[in-house]
Design a protein around this ligand. Structure first.
Ligand SMILES: Nc1ncnc2c1ncn2[C@@H]1O[C@H](COP(=O)(O)OP(=O)(O)OP(=O)(O)O)[C@@H](O)[C@H]1O
Ligand SMILES: [Mg+2]
Length: 371
């Protein structure tokens, strides 16, 4: 690193090596450490003062995955004088902690002796955590797919082998189970596709004006036509709802899951409130303006057992389910993903009657050209 007139000097940018998100270790022409930033200290668990001034080989004793000493292997100060860098690769710190390392060989003249060795370090923890959660997801998905498919295979095999021996009623029962399990698989696959869109940020929101109270009414009707007691549902719609621009199919998914959960996992009366969402409290310094509602708030409460306090933070995670009666446990994860893709928020609390109370807020969402 050579700075003649301050131009390009990181200091002139107000940039300090400690501001870098990655670990930075610099060695001088003799191989002694002259820079060891905070991130490097965190990643290597070595205090900078214990590294500064020491030979790089001791201050940063890296090994490759076969246990060979990295600096001996690459020999940056000897070696080919035309080499300019080492690409990023996985190496090991003492204690077998993995770290991603890249290096740059800085020479004053092409093919001249090494002037500075600049090494960057990146922790692989976040990546490893990601990989682990992916592996877990695949294991869970395989497991979830296997049980309905096992039943489909079992029943169809039995029916094919012994068709004559069963009564029509028995055959109908088996076919109904097969039908239900096939539906489960189809639904699970649709949910997994939603999840992959949510996780990769590809969930598309096609906004149009949405009559959310009407949508709630339709969902309640669907439950009552399916045999649920109409007296179980109470719908409270406040006046003065702002216009809402949202993706109607996705809002249906949200309402569908919350109502289904209240009916299936909850008990008693299910109360759905649709109200204008209040503005967040004004921050000091905000210019005073008319208190227009900032969106729509929908609350679904029931009188069932509710969500245990200690599980409230986990209901929105993938595959979490509180009881054996649960489905796949993906519903609320998708609900949260959809609400957030609309710029909204969702939370769960305890209803005054003791059941669960889910509340989500959707901002008005008017497209810019109409606002
Ligand atoms: N209203 C409620 N009352 C009590 N428990 C609830 C309620 N809503 C959700 N839960 C609990 O939260 C868990 C997760 O809900 P979620 O909707 O994510 O999954 P699911 O309903 O089990 O399956 P899916 O919606 O994917 O078919 C449920 O299994 C249930 O234990
Ligand atoms: Mg559900």
């Amino acid at each position: 690193m050579e700075f003649t007139d301050g131009v390009g000097d990181p200091k002139s940018l107000g940039l300090d090596p400690d501001d870098l998100p990655d670990g930075l270790v610099v060695a001088d022409e003799t191989g002694r450490v002259i820079c060891f930033n905070k991130a490097a200290a965190r990643i290597t668990a070595t205090a900078p003062r214990r590294a500064l001034g020491r030979p790089l080989t001791e201050a940063l004793p890296l090994e490759d995955l076969k246990g060979r000493r990295w600096w001996v292997l690459t020999d940056p100060y000897g070696g080919l004088a035309i080499r300019t860098a080492q690409p990023e690769r996985h190496l090991l710190l003492p204690g077998n902690r993995e770290v991603l390392v890249a290096a740059r060989y800085v020479r004053r003249h092409p093919a001249g002796p090494l002037h500075r060795l600049v090494v960057t370090l990146r922790s692989t923890e976040a990546r490893l955590r990601n990989e682990r959660s992916h592996a877990e997801l695949i294991a869970t998905v395989a497991h979830e797919l296997r049980s309905p498919l096992t039943s489909v295979k079992g029943f169809t095999a039995t029916l094919l082998a012994k068709w004559e021996r069963f009564t029509d009623d028995q055959k109908r029962l088996m076919l109904e189970t097969v039908h239900a399990d096939a539906n489960r698989v189809t639904r699970l696959i649709a949910e997994l596709l939603d999840i992959s869109r949510i996780d990769s940020g590809r969930l598309e929101v096609r906004r149009q004006p949405v009559d959310i109270a009407g949508a709630v009414r339709r969902h309640v009707e669907a439950h009552t036509t399916a045999g649920e007691d109409p007296g179980r549902f109470v719908l409270l719609v406040s006046p003065g709802l702002p216009d809402l621009w949202a993706d109607p199919d996705k809002i249906d998914q949200v309402l569908g899951n919350l109502l289904e959960n209240a009916v299936r996992h909850g008990a008693g009366t299910v109360t759905i409130e649709v109200a204008p969402a209040p503005r967040p409290p004004r921050e000091p310094g905000d210019t005073p303006s008319a208190p227009a509602p900032q969106g729509t708030e929908v609350t679904v409460s029931d009188e069932g057992p509710g969500i245990p306090e200690e599980s409230m933070s986990r209901v929105f995670t993938r595959f979490w389910r509180g009881s054996k009666r649960g489905g796949t446990g993906l519903g609320l994860y998708i609900v949260k993903g959809i609400v957030e893709a609309h710029g909204g928020t969702i939370s769960v609390t305890r209803a005054p009657g003791g059941g669960a109370r889910f509340r989500f807020m959707l901002p008005v969402g008017v497209p810019a050209h109409l606002a």
